[in-house]
Write a protein that binds this ligand. Structure first.
Ligand code: ADP
Length: 545
């Protein structure tokens, strides 16, 4: 027997229609690539998205066609999100920080029909275009006045939509239709395409807004610092219209001074980004002795958030840190770290220890840790194993069947996605990542958590950023090598830093050596590029070997 409720497919177009109808005057503010600030409302965004949907139709874009973007966070990118998915085409966000060869691979693999790009990426586009034969047109996301000279015959975004009316009715279709596409960063092997559906996106957006997730309300002013090409900016372009938040897009200016300026002028209350961006912001406010007038909470994920950063945000700036974990394959949100009632009265130190964990699953995500034989491990906060997840916004397979079937089936016929992370889960259900499985340091048959050591190093006041990798050791197989970037002007010696570890980690975890460097290499999504560090230091001679 079926229930007797209205049957309405969950569709992305409904988010913008809702924002237009009930939050029509709420603003969307963008720092533009051309210079200056652009400001309009959800109503105008909706109108222009409909014009763009008509323009796409006139270009011959059909349902399921992939439309690529190489763009920062801004109002035109937002319009493309909705015009493509809303008209049953697929919004394919491409990370412009990848190597050009990887971008060529991705554009061709996805069979993108058109690629929309910000002017910043003109040279990149001119370089890759000859290798992307299937692309029918390259659209510069600007107006006529700013159209660049180019070796390519470019289309102009504003000209494209100006010629079209906003008379467009979003079509209704099956909620399982593909909506958007994002490739994993591919630090190992070729990037793989994660294909989201309307249903998975809407369910994820509902969950993202929950109080124990990103906690979004219509009174919030939200700045997604995390790029819209990084796992759909962690759902904010969907979850903000759902909640009716004012949105502030930072464009290409992600340095501390520019982000701080927009926070203050637009009265931003909430933001989200990877730890490296916040390092830049904190450095700026510390150097200039600034305070935040309205900024009260920030979501930090993509890499482990160092406890020292949580402490600085909360104690010095009264900004609540929501430590979150997820991955492109998970749309991306999996867990967020917020307290339960029984933890509200813990002393502050115990709370900080808890906040270093990646947190509890949002309803919709189920998780477990297993040993090498697939046997579930206890939730005691100590046992660690492979972290598996399942849920309606988690990938079942990659585009084109790339890499085969990624899922593992348990004894009861349930399918799980292996995250590639190694984690513990405590009895309250708080998960803590100890490592990416390929980054674990194996010393004498035991595992050392590189994240724990990095967090400890970053608690030292002279340390800006730290990474720990395993280096070959004749007796122990591998031993930890600590690679450190000092804060500008700070003095710090190897022995002093090693001394700082005493009593904070098990003795046999102590790094065998410390190397000071000017900067660490990062991946296209802001994680420390450990494959490069392992390559660079593979011949490093540890003391006593
Ligand atoms: P995203 O693009 O969303 O960063 P990726 O698929 O590139 O996702 O990377 C996901 C991986 O990033 C996770 O499997 C995990 O190893 C790492 N990661 C994400 N968030 C955290 C976190 N809070 N702490 C530790 N590692 C994290």
């Amino acid at each position: 027997m079926h229930g007797l409720m209205m049957s309405m497919p969950l569709q992305i177009s409904s988010l913008l229609r809702h924002a237009d109808r009930y939050h029509g005057d709420t603003q969307i503010v963008s720092r533009t690539v051309e210079g200056g600030i652009h400001r309009y409302t959800y109503s105008e965004a909706h109108r222009r998205a409909r014009q763009l949907a008509n323009a796409l139709g006139a270009l011959g874009v059909r349902p399921a066609d992939r439309i690529g973007t190489l763009a920062w966070n801004g109002f035109r990118h937002f319009e493309i999100y909705y015009a493509t998915s809303g008209s049953a085409a697929i919004c394919h966000t491409i990370n412009p920080r990848l190597f050009p060869e990887q971008i060529v691979y991705i554009v061709n693999h996805a069979a993108d029909q058109y690629v929309f790009f910000d002017l910043t990426f003109l040279k990149l586009v001119e370089g890759i275009a000859p290798h992307c034969k299937g692309v029918r047109g390259w659209v510069a996301m600007t107006d006529k006045a700013h159209m660049p000279d180019s070796t390519l015959d470019l289309l102009c975004y504003e000209d494209l939509i100006n010629g079209h009316s906003d008379d467009y009715t979003w079509p209704e279709f099956d909620e399982n239709t593909a909506s958007s596409l994002c490739y994993t960063s591919g630090t190992t092997g070729n990037p793989k395409g994660v294909l989201y559906s309307h249903r998975s996106t809407i369910l994820h957006a509902y969950a993202a807004g929950l109080p124990d997730a990103l906690n979004l309300a219509a009174r919030d002013v939200v700045m997604p610092v995390v790029p819209m090409f990084h796992a759909n900016a962690w759902s904010l372009p969907y979850a903000c219209p759902l909640a009716g938040c004012k949105m502030v897009f930072p464009g290409a200016a992600l340095d501390g001074a520019s982000v701080y300026e927009l926070f203050e002028t637009e009265k931003v209350t909430m933001s989200a980004g990877v730890p490296t961006v916040w390092l830049g912001l904190l450095q700026h406010v510390e150097q200039h002795d600034l305070r935040f007038s309205t900024f009260r909470r920030t979501v930090i994920g993509g890499s482990a958030c160092p406890p020292a950063m949580i402490r600085t945000f909360e104690e010095s700036y009264d900004v609540q840190v929501l430590h979150a974990w997820g991955m492109t394959e998970m749309s991306p949100l999996g867990t967020v770290c917020t307290f339960k009632s029984q933890q509200a009265n813990l002393d502050r130190e115990a709370q900080y220890a808890l906040q270093a964990k990646q947190g509890r699953p949002i309803y919709g995500v189920d998780m477990k840790i297993v040993d090498d034989d697939g046997k579930e491990l206890p939730w005691d906060g100590k046992a660690f194993g492979d972290l598996l997840v399942r849920g309606p916004w988690i990938t079942a397979e990659y585009l084109g069947g790339e890499g085969g079937n990624p899922l593992r089936e348990d004894g009861e016929g349930r399918k799980w996605f292996p995250t590639g992370d190694v984690a513990t889960i405590d009895r309250d259900g708080f998960m803590q990542i100890t490592d990416r499985s390929k980054d674990v340091i194996k010393s004498g048959g035991e595992w050392i958590s590189s994240i724990d050591l990095e967090n400890t190093a970053m608690a030292h006041p002279a340390v800006k950023e730290a990474a720990v990798i395993g280096v070959v050791h004749p007796k122990w197989d591998e031993r930890p090598l600590l690679i450190v970037v000092k804060k500008p002007g700070a003095a710090l010696a190897r022995e002093e830093l090693l001394q700082f570890f005493q009593g904070k980690v098990a003795k046999w975890w102590l790094p065998d050596d410390v190397v000071f460097v000017d900067e660490l290499p990062h991946t296209a999504t802001g994680k420390v590029l450990k494959t490069k560090l392992r390559e660079d230091y593979k011949a490093h001679k540890l003391p006593g070997t």
